[in-house]
Design a protein around this ligand. Structure first.
Ligand code: NAD
Ligand code: IPM
Ligand code: MN
Length: 346
């Protein structure tokens, strides 16, 4: 088989640090890769004014997958890199599924009392191309006392149905076969109603899946006091963003939370990245935990059909997390990468 063509976008802050460890583990796993790095992010923006040039975007379409660290920097106005680079990639490459597992590995400390690893094992299927992220809205009379700012949520029947359908398939493939729609149908009566009707309709095709519904405020509470409630969650772009940071917090911290921006139709490459951002507060100090990126690399391999290699990396992470707990080790970014790489190779 030919080498995997991988585009790598380390990005900003700790993005470069954690991506190096992800690549280290891929190398240790003996995956045959043809990698190309892209210097997109704050530095390129300052030097050239470019965020994601069209030529780069069309080049990226030719890869099998993309590995991204994180983007965003205090020296760049908020939204520039987030919208014109990261979200542009997700939208242009049609990453309509933002897959975010929330899983407590054995031995990992959770701030929740009385729960063990079996109690936190869910997958959040976050919509990735619509909702309030679509960019609809605008501002009038900016800077005046009468400024008006609107930021609308875009929801299409097509967009909702394809992500809901994916979530049902995912639920069907898991032992508990449970799907929870999370929205705010009691207030967002247009968008919420569309999501609820689509979910009800698709549910008739999946009689083996148990369907549940939770308002997002209650779901946030249940994440903390009853995480056992959830198996697969399907939700809108913004709710999914917020819920998965809560999910990261209950499952051992943001340094462990992996994600995939998936194009299930494979009309463009999928992109894998940790849930966390560029963490300017710890950047350049070797303090970032690269585990989220390493688990994202496992998701990438799984997406490319290399399920065995993915499982091997996930097992190495699980073993390393147990060891970290037993030895109460404080390790640097590269030391964590070294330990996991050694397990994968060994
Ligand atoms: P953040 O995730 O970067 O950091 C939040 C907190 O978590 C910080 O205290 C940070 O030190 C800590 N943290 C994050 N990753 C860690 C890791 N791997 N190991 C240990 N600690 C870690 O979120 P933020 O501070 O809200 O945002 C910083 C910048 O990152 C902003 O510009 C934001 O837009 C951007 N961002 C980008 C992405 C992305 O590229 N996917 C995701 C989130 C935020
Ligand atoms: C994430 C991030 C992004 C999001 C930002 C940086 C655009 O928070 O990947 O979770 O909101 O999706
Ligand atoms: Mn987020």
């Amino acid at each position: 088989t030919r080498d995997i063509r991988l585009a790598v976008i380390p990005g900003d802050g700790i993005g470069t640090e954690v991506v190096a460890e992800g690549l280290k583990v891929l190398d240790a796993a003996g995956i045959k890769l043809d990698t190309t790095g892209y210097d997109l992010g704050a530095k390129r923006y300052h030097e050239t004014g470019e965020t994601l040039p069209d030529a780069v975007l069309s080049e990226l379409r030719a890869y099998d997958a993309i590995l991204l660290g994180a983007v965003g920097d205090p020296s760049v106005p908020p939204g520039v890199l987030e919208r014109d680079l990261l979200l542009k990639l997700r939208f242009e490459l049609d990453h309509y599924v933002n897959l975010r597992p929330v899983k407590l590995f054995p031995g990992v400390q959770t701030p929740l009392g009385g729960v063990s690893s079996e109690d936190i094992d869910m997958v959040v299927v976050r919509e990735g191309t619509e909702g309030p992220y679509a960019g609809a809205g605008g501002v009038l009379r900016k800077g005046t006392p009468h400024e008006v700012a609107t930021q609308e949520s875009l929801n299409t029947a097509y967009g909702v149905e394809r992500v809901v359908r994916y979530a049902f398939e995912k639920a069907k493939s898991r032992p508990r076969r449970k799907l929870t729609l999370v929205h705010k149908t009691n207030v967002l009566t247009y968008a919420g109603d569309l999501w609820a009707r689509v979910t009800d309709r698709v549910a008739t095709e999946f009689p083996e899946v148990t369907v549940d519904y939770c308002h997002v405020d209650a779901a946030s509470m249940f994440f903390v006091n009853q995480p056992q409630r959830f198996d697969v969650i399907v939700t809108d772009n913004l709710f999914g963003d917020i819920l998965t940071d809560i999910g990261a917090a209950i499952a051992g911290g943001i340094g462990l939370a992996a994600s995939g921006n998936v194009n299930p139709d494979r009309t463009a490459p999928s992109m894998f990245e940790p849930v966390h951002g560029s963490a300017p507060d710890i950047a350049g100090q070797g303090k970032a935990d690269p585990t989220a990126t390493i688990l994202s690399v496992a998701m990438l391999l799984d997406h490319l059909g290399l399920a065995k290699d993915a499982a091997r990396i996930e097992q190495a992470v699980a073993d390393d997390l147990l060891e970290r707990r037993e030895t109460a080790a404080t390790r640097s970014t590269s030391e964590i990468g070294d330990h996991i790489a050694a397990r994968v190779a060994g």
